[in-house]
Design a protein around this ligand. Structure first.
Ligand code: PMT
Length: 409
């Protein structure tokens, strides 16, 4: 493929060198376009040496225009990757600006655009940045957001906003552009179906500033939502508090607690053909949620009394005219036995078991490895990126869904 890699200003710009190296190694042609900000962090010579092409950085550069002008460059690109994409770059792209080479190339190209944001966590969580990403996806179309990752940031903060690691980023980018992915998306086998998916954690409030929750990032459920949407389904994503952009074309309902999630799911479930519970719903909530911050006094101890939350998944599966209901089972041992027990108890069509005691899969990882369990089968699926796994799981779900439709109709 012919790939334009846009590099914008930020400390993560140095990681773009490794991204370019990996793309070249995988046999792709890369033309790097740097913004002025990026050049404050990395020398253009680094990218020239890695890509074998002089870096392009100026919109009005007579020499460069003699060779491949900015419009030719926009046409040359099979895809455009911006890594790192700064908050400023996202704002300018969302506004449709074309006042430097990178924004102009994006505006002048219909090629798929991949953006890998990297910025301080408060900037990433700003509603303005969220709006810019949403607007860019909705208005331009053909935009995929890769990351960002969570963790320690160069500024000392901890949170979402780190550039994805180059190996994961390149792997995701290439997987999304593999012939398999194209074939899957060409195969619009979910057209006409409505899919409701829950994703992320829930928060159960103790007081206005404290809550019980878990480490779910929402990545698994969001990847499933994107996969179903790509195959033509109408997708409603009921999301707990996560820091992920909404996949293009997906309707999103944001909730905080398990009871809010249940209410949101039940308000749309009558339209659903398929329900997938990928959320890590808190099983318990505090009996009392204080309206003011709980104060400590002396060496007092505090006992928390918890009561059970409703089981959303079991509730959906028990409905008259229940949709094809798929659960997840997060286990730390006896994966198949415990997951199969949940399949039976909750009366599900399928359950996807994952081992959440492993750091390299499950909660908050880019990867997962699962057992797909139905009443009559168990299928292990190897560790892979959640973005890829989502397509494989959707294949399994559709196979069972179609078999059931055939047998009952
Ligand atoms: O979000 P990520 O960081 O990408 O991580 C993905 C994941 C590990 C969260 C995901 O793959 C996963 O396993 N999700 C289910 C987590 C969970 O709560 O599992 P469970 O075994 O406790 O629950 C079983 C099923 O019942 C789940 O489908 C769950 O959504 C559902 N449930 C549980 C309790 C409850 N009160 N209501 C429910 O609907």
């Amino acid at each position: 493929m012919q790939i334009v890699v846009g590099v914008t200003g930020g400390i993560a710009a140095y990681k773009a060198a490794e991204i370019v190296r990996r793309l070249i190694k995988a046999g792709h042609e890369v033309q790097v376009v740097m913004t002025e900000g990026a050049k404050a962090f990395v020398m253009p010579m680094t990218f020239q040496a890695l890509s074998g092409r002089p870096v392009r950085d100026a919109l009005l550069d007579p020499q460069a225009e003699q060779g491949m002008g900015h419009i030719e460059l926009a046409r040359w690109a099979d895809l455009i990757l911006i890594a790192p994409a700064s908050a400023n770059c996202l704002a300018r792209l969302a506004a449709g600006m074309a006042d430097d080479l990178l924004t102009t190339v994006v505006l002048a190209s219909r090629a798929p655009l991949y953006i890998a944001p990297a910025m301080n966590q408060v900037m990433w969580e700003s509603p303005l940045t969220a709006r810019n990403v949403r607007q860019l996806s909705e208005v331009r179309g053909n935009v995929t957001v890769l990351g960002p990752d969570q963790g320690e940031q160069a500024c000392g903060d901890v949170g979402p906003g780190r550039l994805l690691e180059p190996d994961a980023l390149v792997e995701q980018l290439l997987a999304l552009n593999s012939p398999g992915a194209a074939a899957r998306s060409a195969d619009m086998d979910m057209r006409g179906l409505t899919v409701v998916i829950t994703s992320g954690p829930t928060r159960e409030r103790l007081d206005p500033v404290r809550y019980l929750s878990n480490d779910s990032s929402g990545k698994m459920g969001f990847a499933l939502a994107a996969a179903a949407q790509t195959r033509g389904a109408k997708v409603i994503l009921v999301a707990g508090p996560v820091h992920l952009p909404t996949p293009a074309g997906v309707s999103r309902m944001d909730i905080e607690s398990a009871r809010e999630m249940q209410e949101a799911v039940m308000s749309v479930i009558s339209a659903a053909d398929i329900f997938i519970g990928a959320a890590a719903v808190a099983d318990f909530r505090p009996v009392l949620s204080q309206s003011q911050k709980i104060k400590k006094s002396g060496d007092q101890t505090l006992e928390l009394k918890l009561e059970q939350n409703p089981d959303i998944l079991a509730g959906v599966a028990a409905l008259d005219n229940a949709p094809f209901t798929v659960g997840f089972a997060a286990e730390t041992q006896n994966l198949e036995t415990y997951a199969r027990d949940k399949l039976t108890r909750k009366r599900l069509r399928m359950i996807i078991g994952n081992n959440v005691s492993r750091a390299d899969i499950g909660f908050n990882s880019e990867y997962n490895e699962v057992l797909v369990i139905t009443p009559s089968s168990t299928t292990p699926i190897d560790r892979q990126l959640k973005s890829e796994l989502a397509g494989v799981l959707m294949d399994q779900i559709m196979r069972e869904f179609n078999a059931l439709s055939r047998s009952s109709g």
